[in-house]
Design a protein. Structure first.
Lengths: 296, 693
């Protein structure tokens, strides 16, 4: 079946976080939009879900090398937001000779993203290639929000990705997310596009409304403990249940997570996987994991 | 079991998929759908219905909706109200489909459900889509052919609705105000208001029109002609010029607009102001009806022609005068009436309603001009009007009313009016009345004679008439002549005598091939009806016999001396011209003296005058002969004297002979002086001395 897709426009507020080349100051917002979100909110949002900086000696040719993409979730005045942070390869050094790992931060209203049927991949593609600031950190844009064009997520494509990795493996990870933050290992060889596909595939096995409360990252730094609920990393930490992409092993599921996993597999068995995915995708009203966040 | 809430929510959603799947499965089995299942289906939570509904095949959706729509109850209405925003697209499609089958059941039910939601917006949205949408109008160019049939049920639907207030249903109003002149919206609105008017619902028709064209200003839509026209009629909004242009264009594209606009104008009591703009449209429609009558080949053609004729006839039967229509505009109504073979009704009387007649004639002129390319109809209308305006009563010797004469004068120089007018004048013998009362100027006759050669003489008749009339009135000297002497541009000297007014008139008449009898008839018929008692009132009291004789002699001279435009080395042509002039002159004398054209008494006196002149001429002749005799005698006497001087030495002549010569010359000189203009060598009866004989 051919799905009809229609491009939508979505408004994004933004910030560029970096250091001044050769400067002494720490990372801060060097340029930002000035719209509905105040500077403090934008600052708080942009600092909430950070993938961290890679090790100085990271090989930038590796698939796991930056850019890293992190998806956050936020709330302000009763409104829900989702964000995309792009952590770029380092460019320049500070006063002490440390590389500067700049990142661009974009924040969207959850409702708008949901109505546009936007996935993580859609959101990233909408900002991919944008440049918010120059090399010295000087703003390249005025303070207005960006109006971005974004394509809706085709369900058939997600079904293909899920079938490639195996429904059972990804369903196990998705079910585990209902209980606690999960770090997915065995992803070191995946390039960024594949990582984003994987994040979308796992999230697609939950009702879409959970994306309002889901944070995820294509990669994280081993130097700090990330806060995101779903991360792709081979490094273990105490806050995330470690599951391997090749063999999830025996997840530490709660009763409910197990029931969901089994029910999901049965549903997928009884009907076409895309139909199940479409059904879960249609439940976009915001849902919450309620249980604890990953604690850095 | 104590399940974590996130997992519980996820499981609940997945379980719903099972139930929804069951719903979906049953709904796909169209044969099993009944009212009970439809109610069960729509009893599901909105979210469930909303998720399952889009995935159902259209036939399932239509069947489910159809059960709810055709079984009106609280339950079905509640179900539809609850899921309105989910099913409204399908409901609209269903209503459109039903309307296109000439049924308003679904559409009306949909309206009631929309009304049950409690706000105006759902009705507005629903109406907008079932009345105007691509699904309704169709994208194909040929879709327009089916429009009338598809518009009819929609009009029925609107007829059942309460007319919206000015601010209600803004979206529907906006959509209805969009579209080209003969587009779907225009035709729909026209059909609606026409239907309301036809059923006598003037108030409702006004309501619709006020809603569409009334106080609420137009939106940003492009100003279409039909909107401009209706805005003008209903709300007097655009200028008359803009409205006139709009109405002209739209009735040109579809004359049926004229019928609709006329009824609308009447409903809004704007007919007097609008008829001027609608007139051409009514005539256009009449032309179409006439054309349909001429062309119809099938029963369908005949039905359509009859329907159009009836529609036009109804409009043309409106009491325009009572409503205050102007005479000039009524000419358009009469024009349309005549084209479809109805009698004209509004022609004012040229004598009793002079101003109205003039206005009407001006309006009719517009009609005839408008029909320039429809000669048959144009001629018919002109003919009818001519018959009315130039009515000849054989028992009355009355002149034509001034307004009629003005009309003739106005039309005579126009190539598009003159032929028919001139032929009609000739056909009814109106020229006699016009001549008898001298109602036309020579240039009028000249104009009329372009297509009726018989009128050519009448041009000089008019000239002669005018000249004679002026002579009788004493405005010009009858026989006054003046010597002129001047050098032209090339330095050639010209010396001559101008002709008298009477002689010039006679000469012109002859030059225009009027016979002496015709000329004398005209002269005798000139009467001054308003002459003072002591003033002459006709020719014979104004011009004496001597004066007429003098003028005739002058006329003869003018005729005789006309330049000859060919080589005449032998003088033969000149001789013939002399003879013809003399013949004409003699004919005049004979007619005046032998026939009582100018009255028997005048004729006798004229004969005496001629004789007197002849006797005088003879007397002069005798004197001349005597003078010549004395001259010869003197010559002989001189010879005798010379001979005698040689022989007898005497140099004096006989004294008696010298005295006789002086007396003779003195009398002759006196005679010449008394006659004034006559030269000594003139023929005493007529003609120039020395003329070839």
């Amino acid at each position: 079946m051919t799905e009809t897709v229609s491009q939508s426009e979505i408004s994004a507020e933004w910030a560029h976080i970096s250091k001044v080349n050769g400067g002494a100051a720490d990372f801060s917002i060097l340029a930002a939009s000035q719209a509905t979100l105040g500077p403090q909110e934008l600052s708080d949002f942009s600092a909430s879900f950070v993938a961290g900086v890679p090790a100085p000696d990271v090989d930038l040719q590796l698939p796991s090398a930056p850019p890293w993409v992190t998806f956050g979730k936020h709330e302000s005045a009763g409104a829900r937001f989702v964000s995309v942070t792009v952590q770029f390869p380092w460019d320049g050094v500070d006063q002490r000779g440390r590389p500067i790992w700049s990142r661009d931060f974009y924040v969207f209203r959850y409702d708008a993203a949901a109505r546009g049927d936007l996935s993580y991949q859609s959101l990233y593609r909408s900002v991919q290639g944008l440049k918010l600031a120059g090399q010295g950190g000087q703003p390249l844009l005025d303070g207005r929000p960006l109006l971005l064009k974004a394509d809706p997520q085709p369900m058939d494509e997600l079904a293909t990705v899920i079938e490639r990795y195996g429904l059972e493996r990804l369903a196990a990870i998705a079910a585990a997310l209902l209980d606690a933050p999960v770090a997915v290992g065995g992803t070191g060889s995946l390039w960024l596009a594949q990582r984003l596909q994987l994040l979308d595939a796992i999230a697609a096995l939950l009702p879409r409304g959970f994306r309002a409360d889901l944070s995820a990252s294509s990669a994280v730094s081993g130097l700090n403990v990330p806060k995101m609920r779903l991360i792709l990393t081979d490094e273990e930490d105490s806050s995330h249940q470690q599951m391997h992409l090749a063999s999830p092993g025996a997840p530490l599921w709660s009763e409910g997570a197990r029931e969901y996993y089994e029910l999901l597999l049965r549903m997928a068995q009884n009907r076409e996987l895309p139909a199940v995915l479409r059904y879960l995708w249609s439940h976009w009203e915001a849902l919450s994991f309620i249980t604890r966040e990953a604690t850095p | 079991v104590n399940v974590n809430p996130a997992a519980a929510a996820a499981i609940r959603i997945l379980v719903e998929l099972d139930r929804e799947s069951e719903l979906d499965r049953r709904a796909r089995d169209v044969a099993s759908i009944d009212l009970e299942f439809a109610l069960v289906y729509f009893a599901e939570p909105r979210g469930v219905v909303g998720r399952v509904w889009p995935s159902l095949p259209p036939v399932s959706r239509d069947t489910l909706l159809d059960f709810l729509l055709r079984n009106e109850s609280q339950d079905t209405t509640r179900a539809l109200v609850k899921t309105w925003d989910i099913v409204v697209r399908d409901l609209i499609a269903l209503a459109i489909s039903d309307l296109d089958r000439d049924s308003t059941v679904i559409a009306e039910r949909g309206l009631r459900v929309a009304a049950a939601i409690g706000t105006g917006r759902p009705i507005d949205q629903y109406l907008e889509y079932i009345l105007v949408s691509w699904g309704v109008t169709g994208l194909s160019d040929t879709a327009g052919a089916n429009w009338p049939a598809r518009i009819r049920p929609r009009v029925d639907l609107l007829l059942a609705l309460q007319v919206p207030g000015p601010e209600e249903f803004a979206m529907t109003r906006t959509r209805l105000r969009v579209g080209v002149d003969n587009g779907w919206q225009a035709q729909l609105v026209r059909a609606l208001i026409t239907e309301e008017l036809a059923t006598g619902e003037i108030g409702r028709a006004r309501g619709w029109a006020e809603w569409l064209f009334g106080s609420v200003g137009p939106g940003d839509e492009k100003s279409q002609n039909w909107l401009t026209a209706l805005d003008f009629i209903v709300a007097q909004r655009p200028t008359q010029g803009a409205a006139a242009s709009a109405i002209n264009e739209m009735t040109h594209a579809d004359p049926a607009w004229a019928i609709f606009l006329a009824w609308t104008a009447r409903a809004f009591e704007r007919l007097p102001d609008s008829l001027e703009l609608l007139g051409p449209g009514l005539v256009r429609f009449a032309l179409r009806v006439a054309d349909q009558d001429a062309r119809r080949t099938t029963d369908e053609d005949a039905r359509k022609a009859a329907a159009d004729r009836d529609a036009l006839r109804e409009v043309l039967e409106i009491a325009f005068v009572k409503l205050g229509a102007l005479a000039g505009d009524l000419a358009w109504v009469d024009g349309a009436r005549l084209i479809i073979s109805l009698e004209s009704r509004y022609m004012p009387h040229p004598l009793n309603q002079v101003d109205l007649f003039k206005q009407y004639a001006a309006g009719l002129d517009g009609v005839l001009h408008f029909l320039a390319n429809f000669q048959v109809h144009r001629d018919l209308i002109q003919d009818v009007f001519q018959r009315y305006a130039l009515h000849v009563d054989p028992n009355a010797d009355e002149p034509f009313p001034l307004a009629t004469v003005e009309l003739i004068k106005k039309w005579a120089p126009r190539p598009d009016r003159e032929p028919l007018l001139a032929r009609y004048i000739q056909a009814i013998g109106a020229e006699n009345i016009l001549l008898a009362h001298n109602q036309l100027a020579p240039e009028d006759w000249k104009n009329l004679a372009v297509y009726v050669p018989e009128f050519r003489g009448l041009e000089s008749t008019g000239l002669l008439w005018s000249a004679i009339k002026q002579i009788i009135e004493g405005k010009t000297g009858k026989l006054t002549r003046e010597t002129f002497d001047f050098n032209d541009e090339s330095g050639v000297r010209h010396i001559g005598v101008s002709s008298s007014a009477l002689a010039a008139a006679l000469f012109d008449a002859c030059e225009n091939n009027m016979s002496p009898r015709q000329i004398l008839n005209v002269i005798s018929s000139v009467r001054l009806h308003d002459a003072a008692p002591h003033q002459p009132s006709d020719f014979i009291t104004a011009v004496s016999e001597d004066e007429l004789q003098e003028a005739l002699r002058e006329m003869q001279s003018l005729l005789r001396n006309r330049p000859i435009d060919r080589e005449d080395p032998t003088g033969h042509l000149k001789k013939r011209q002399y003879e013809a002039a003399e013949q004409t002159w003699i004919e005049f004398l004979a007619l005046i003296t032998s026939e009582p054209i100018l009255g028997a008494g005048y004729g006798k006196r004229f004969w005496k005058a001629v004789n007197s002149r002849a006797r005088h001429g003879e007397k002069v002749h005798r004197r001349l002969r005597r003078w010549l005799w004395w001259r010869r005698l003197r010559g002989r006497f001189s010879v005798w004297k010379r001979k005698r001087a040689v022989g007898v030495q005497s140099n004096a002549g006989p004294p008696a002979a010298q005295g006789s010569r002086r007396r003779m010359l003195g009398r002759h000189a006196k005679d010449v002086n008394r006659d004034g203009k006559r030269g000594a060598g003139e023929n005493p009866v007529g003609g120039d001395a020395g003329a070839p004989r």
